[in-house]
Design a protein around this ligand. Structure first.
Ligand code: PGA
Length: 257
């Protein structure tokens, strides 16, 4: 973390979990904990259908609501899709783009991720762009090459003044939902590499304003160590974000001056 230049962000990714009632209860429980979090932003990325209930419950709190996906077109014949304008209208502030589960299950490519990032920025949303390698890639020593490429393509056409609304989440696929976590050094190394790509493309000043998150089995016991890395500015948290108490503990670990 480096509070001098950028925000710390703790974002929960509920994936396909929790109904509207559970969302309401969760937010009521998290509210007092989030209120203490002066030094970090708190985001909950909830299923589409839970957005209205979550936005209502989070009104007047420090908790921002995010979505887990969006379409890149503004409207049209795209059955089953949701546009960024619709999300913004519903009160959504952040949107996860290019999560590895969508890359795997829905065939999302880096080019599609780029189109969605541009659409999200156009609609005034804050994209959380997910990048990360498989175990095979890591074993073959191509992690940094892959992540560099993913970040470059995802940001194609993004202007310097839009970059401050962008968040990047490094999520090694082998660590997502597996209980295996990247070591702080691994997370820090990839975070540093992402920062370097940003620096080359946008200059040092813009690059240091971007929050780079780590995701992949982040939990109450490993959060503080991961967040101690200078280029780990928060977390994108799946499993441990489904329980308000454990999520609150991670916020506490991130809320350091
Ligand atoms: P996990 O998920 O914390 O359950 O590993 C993280 C994510 O997929 O964003």
């Amino acid at each position: 973390m480096n509070l001098r230049y950028r925000k710390t962000i703790i974002a929960g990714n509920w994936k396909m979990n929790l109904n509207a009632e559970a969302a309401k209860q969760f937010i009521a429980q998290l509210k007092p904990l989030a209120a203490e979090a002066k030094w970090c932003d708190v985001v909950l990325c909830v299923p589409f259908l839970q957005i209205p209930a979550a936005v209502k419950a989070a009104k007047g709190t420090k908790i921002a609501i995010g979505a887990q996906n969006c379409h890149f077109e503004t409207k049209g014949a795209y059955t089953g899709e949701i546009s960024c304008a619709m999300l913004a209208e519903a009160g959504v502030k952040y949107v996860i783009i290019g999560h590895s589960e969508r890359r795997r299950d829905c065939g999302e490519t880096d080019r599609l991720v780029n189109q969605k990032v541009l659409a999200a920025l156009q609609a005034g949303l804050r994209p959380i762009i997910c990048v990360g390698e498989t175990l095979e890639m890591r074993d073959n020593g191509v992690t940094l090459d892959l992540v560099r490429m993913q970040v470059k393509v995802a940001l194609r056409g993004v202007m310097q003044d839009q970059l401050r609304r962008v968040t990047i989440a490094y999520e090694p696929i082998w660590a997502i939902g597996t209980g295996y976590t990247a070591t702080a050094e691994q997370a820090g190394e990839v975070g540093g590499c992402i920062r370097e790509v940003l620096r080359q493309n946008y200059g040092a000043r813009a690059a240091r304003s971007v929050s780079i998150l780590y995701g992949g089995s982040m939990n109450t016991s490993n959060a503080a160590t991961l967040l101690a890395q200078p280029d780990v500015d928060g977390g994108l948290i799946g499993g441990a974000s489904l329980n308000a108490e454990s999520f609150g503990k991670i916020i506490e670990a991130a809320n350091q001056e």
